[in-house]
Design a protein around this ligand. Structure first.
Ligand code: FMN
Length: 240
């Protein structure tokens, strides 16, 4: 259920195509973000996980703030955490427009953006500029569409962002980058996990900080594929 103010806001945003509306909402947060006061602290909502204490369990998922433009404004709005990205080593344009489609009756959207983002460098600069600020900000890392070595792209993401991120998400879930989900297959996944955990451990040792790593997988995998992924993750954990 949404109330009167939200309904007006929604009507306004729905006057624009979805991607323009998305851009306008980011611009509004950039302009007014400092008025936001932060998550209400309520002990019953706190979630302790992976060594972090989330003030509440509702976070902004990856894909909204792809370029780390407004993580503090999102936390100021009340989100328990903000996950920026997916960010790839080099900037990329993503798929041709239109590439977001509203399914209004279903309260849903179809997203075919294809990792449009400004690349590591811009994202890094923004995250460095907020060093020392409070709030859980995760960084979701990906691979460039035309990369010749996707695992190297993820390794680089860990090397560059681990010391700045509250946690990292290795995103191999997207159907919009052809072949990306192949990294979920047994051998490719073992190689990917080896690379990202090693890079994380090196960074942790250098920065004296622990950076939890999440693996974001596709939501529509079958039981066998899930078993395979779980086996690879458990194998990695037992050797890490
Ligand atoms: C427009 C849009 C863009 C997204 N972009 C990304 C992305 O860049 N990286 C990512 O890991 N997930 C991305 N997602 C997926 C979301 O992070 C999230 O996993 C998904 O929407 C499911 O959560 P929900 O049921 O709360 O919407 C995107 C989703 C949408 C709707």
């Amino acid at each position: 259920m949404i109330g009167g103010v939200e309904r007006i806001g929604q009507k306004l945003l729905f006057a624009f195509d979805p991607e323009t509306a998305h851009g306008l909402s980011i611009a509004a947060l950039k302009a007014g973000g400092s008025f936001c006061r932060g998550p209400a602290r309520e002990a019953r909502l706190e979630v302790k996980a992976v060594g972090l204490t989330f003030p509440n369990p509702l976070g902004m998922a990856a894909g909204y703030d792809k370029n780390a433009e407004v993580p503090d404004a999102l936390i100021g709005l009340g989100f328990g955490f903000a996950e920026v990205g997916t960010v790839t080593p080099l900037p990329q344009a993503g798929n041709p427009k239109p590439r977001i489609f509203r399914l209004t009756q279903d309260h849903a959207v179809i997203n075919r953006l294809g990792f449009n983002n400004e690349g590591h460098e811009r994202c890094l600069a923004r995250l460095r500029a907020r060093t020392g600020r409070r709030g859980i900000v995760g960084v979701n890392i990906g691979a460039n569409k035309d990369s010749s070595d996707r695992i190297a792209d993820y390794r680089l993401g860990v090397e560059r962002f681990a010391s700045l991120a509250s946690y990292l998400t290795v995103n191999i879930s997207s159907p919009n980058t052809p072949g990306l989900r192949a990294l979920q297959a047994r051998e490719a996944l073992a190689e990917l996990l080896e690379a990202v955990v090693e890079a994380r451990d090196v960074s942790d040792a250098a920065s004296n900080k622990h950076t939890p790593l999440f693996l974001k997988i596709a939501p529509d995998l079958g039981e066998t594929e899930l078993d395979d992924i779980a086996a690879q993750v458990l194998a990695k954990r037992s050797t890490a």
